[in-house]
Ligand binder design. Sequence first.
Ligand code: TGC
Ligand code: FAD
Length: 395
Amino acid sequence: TSSFQWEDPLQAKSLLTDEELAISDMAERYCQEQLQPRVLQAYRDENYDRAILSEMGELGLLGPTIKGYGCAGVSTVAGGLITKAVEQVDSGYRSSMSVQSSLVMGPISDFGTPEQKEKYLPQLAQGNMVGCFGLTEPNHGSDPGSMETVAKPHPTKSGYYSISGAKTWITNSPIADLLVVWAKLDGKIRGFLIERKDCPAGTLETPALKNKNGLRASITGMIQLDNCPVPKANMFPEVIGLKGPFTCLNSARYGIAMGVMGALEDCIDRARTYALERIQFKGNPLAKYQLIQKKLADAVTDASYGTLAAIQVGRLKDDGKSTPEMISLIKRQNCDRALHHSRVLQEIFGGNAVSDEYHIGRHVANLFVTQTYEGQSDIHALILGRAITGIQAFA
Ligand code: TGC
Ligand code: FAD
């Protein structure tokens, strides 16, 4: 007979293959043993340890769904379980990994030439190179189609484009060796691979954006391009338009949808432990009070629904049956619910919630960012609204 398990109430684990369970266990062990002990100091110092990507590369956690080129070639659900394990510790660590896996390795795998794949994928998979993804600009976030960054034939170097423009809020940009940059060539959006080491002085700057309120354990910056020469061979040859960046965003958004369930589970675990230990009024633990129990019941319910929904969409994705709207649905719902419940569970800690040593405040601040990047929740509502009504409401 089965008994109710609060950590996995709807037995989501029963839907996983043996390989997926093994990958999830391995990732959780690494995250709890190697990442959890350093996150508090990293968050305080607003410092990202570059070595983490190499450690992840060694374990095969980078670009895990890609086949070949030294990548693991596992299922979409297994890739999601890796993001969930990492985000259980911190959304910033997951962010840095997601960018490398989905937003840098992803487009190279989907749209790159054989030469681009051979040159970059193995290096990125091992964490020898760090990548970043430049889509958002200072004047264009939710509406990247209006971007101002331009590419044109280089005036003096034949066989090169010259790229100028600015990208902002770019995860990993200050430490990136390889920058995937989206720019308009003849008015059409194209993707370019820019190698930092090949850029002449003054043509590429990547200043860090410091003093963030959230996601402090990841590094974020700008990309400033001033007539930066980029070999023509470094453009993705065929993909044109927003389909390029959005195809990789489908995978990254999937990773976030599963990932934030990890952060929410960590909030639940910590709040439950605290409620069982903290005594208020006549020797009772907080956990005895109905209002506290309701907070936990609501959070556990949404965590279990969100994980099941993410597994379902992952299975459909691998069968070629998922749509971008399904990914908008789970990205929006899981981020919104994780943020809401983290804020409610934070109340259980009373004044101690204000101390970073209880970790809940860090998740709250991080989860605001997850609700904002890769399509703010209201933007995903409009994507769903368009699919439901047939009427576009963005512009
Ligand atoms: P729209 O007319 O909807 O589409 C233009 C073209 O793009 C295609 N497309 C997609 N293709 C594949 N997958 C998707 N999800 C797609 N969505 C759109 C579409 O088929 C069309 O193709 P074609 O061939 O007909 O031209 O474009 P729009 O300009 O009206 O778009 C509006 C909107 C709101 C849907 C879109 O711009 C949007 O999603 N905005 C949100 C912006 C966003 O997500 N930015 C992400 C930046 S990267 C980031 O945040 C990384 S954080 C990483 C981390 O640290 O973890
Ligand atoms: P805006 O587009 O100005 O939106 C502001 C508000 O208005 C939002 O609530 C939005 O929903 C709402 N809004 C906008 N348009 C409409 C409309 N038509 N109808 C109703 N409401 C609307 N980008 C990258 O390219 N690469 C990265 O690696 C990356 N990493 C990031 C890391 C961090 C820490 C952060 C904070 C952001 C990152 N981003 C990255 C940028 C992120 O994708 C954008 O912040 C996000 O897409 C929102 O754009 P915006 O900030 O310009 O907000």
